[in-house]
Write a protein that binds this ligand. Structure first.
Ligand code: HEC
Ligand code: HEC
Length: 211
């Protein structure tokens, strides 16, 4: 009995050590796989930084923020640039070089980033009032959500460049951005003055998700 006891203890320990080592091995494999996916997404996303910014702040006001933009929306835009449903001399050739999997990876990667603060000024009271009237008649927040943070395939507008927002609303209006006929109809129901007010108001909205 004594003999069995003295033998069984090291064996038990060996089993415990063996199990612990195996667990560490499994965790190691899982971590290697995680960083592998992360590295691959990072590599695919690296060229985007030249324009959309190293830290998510784009190089100019005609280039939109994509960090923290909604995943479904990002994917749809890349798909539409590739198919030609949304036309842009810069983004079309970039998207044409991407496969569907790359677009899904990129959409997931950029949506998981934090929206950068561009520090754009809040609109003055008369512009806020004008934007509120436009929202009352067209119901922007019905789709773009109460804080203009968007959701799924509806884009976030809060804190985006004023110039970019205005250019896109006007492009929907005159049909040069034709990938969403619903937005084109709505923008045709708005005056250019309302569109300018909306752009100024939205750029100054500092929505930060509670994370
Ligand atoms: C050479 C500059 C440049 C590079 C590089 C670039 N983009 Fe863009 N991107 C732009 C510009 C400019 C626009 C605005 C296009 C327009 O006005 O329709 C844009 C628009 C977009 C949009 C639409 C966003 C929105 O709010 O509708 C997405 C998504 C996007 N880019 C993703 C990417 C990804 C992903 C990459 C890397 C694979 C990338 N871009 C690389 C310049 C660039
Ligand atoms: C019925 C739903 C709906 C309503 C109402 C609506 N939008 Fe949109 N809006 C969308 C969707 C969906 C898109 C994305 C279209 C696409 O996939 O290209 C969009 C796109 C946009 C964009 C382009 C964003 C970008 O990053 O390129 C702007 C700007 C915009 N909407 C502003 C407004 C404003 C301002 C109002 C109110 C005056 C409004 N929208 C009302 C659904 C709506």
């Amino acid at each position: 009995m004594l003999f069995r006891k003295t033998l069984s203890r090291p064996i038990q320990e060996l089993v415990v050590i063996g199990f612990a080592a195996f667990t560490i091995f499994l965790v190691g494999v899982a971590q290697a796989q995680d960083s592998g996916t992360e590295t691959k997404a990072g590599e695919t996303a690296a060229p985007c930084a030249a324009c959309h910014g190293e830290k998510g702040i784009p190089i100019d006001k005609s280039t939109p923020v994509i960090w923290g933009q909604n995943e479904g929306y990002l994917y749809l835009q890349l798909r539409d640039f590739k198919s030609g449903a949304r036309k842009n001399n810069v983004m079309t050739p970039i998207a044409q070089a991407l496969q569907r999997d790359d677009m899904l990876t990129l959409a997931q990667y950029f949506s998981s980033k934090r929206w950068p603060q561009l520090g754009l000024p809040s609109a003055p009271a008369d512009i806020v009032a004008k934007a509120a009237r436009a929202n009352n008649s067209i119901g922007c927040t019905g789709c773009h959500q109460s804080e203009y943070q968007g959701e799924g395939t509806q884009p976030r507008l809060a804190g985006q460049w004023r110039e970019y927002l205005e250019s896109q609303m006007l492009a929907f209006r005159d049909g040069s951005r034709g990938n969403n006929p619903g937005m084109s109809d709505l923008m045709n129901a708005a005056s250019k003055e309302d569109i300018a007010a909306m752009a100024q108001y939205l750029a100054g909205q500092q929505y930060m998700p509670g994370q």
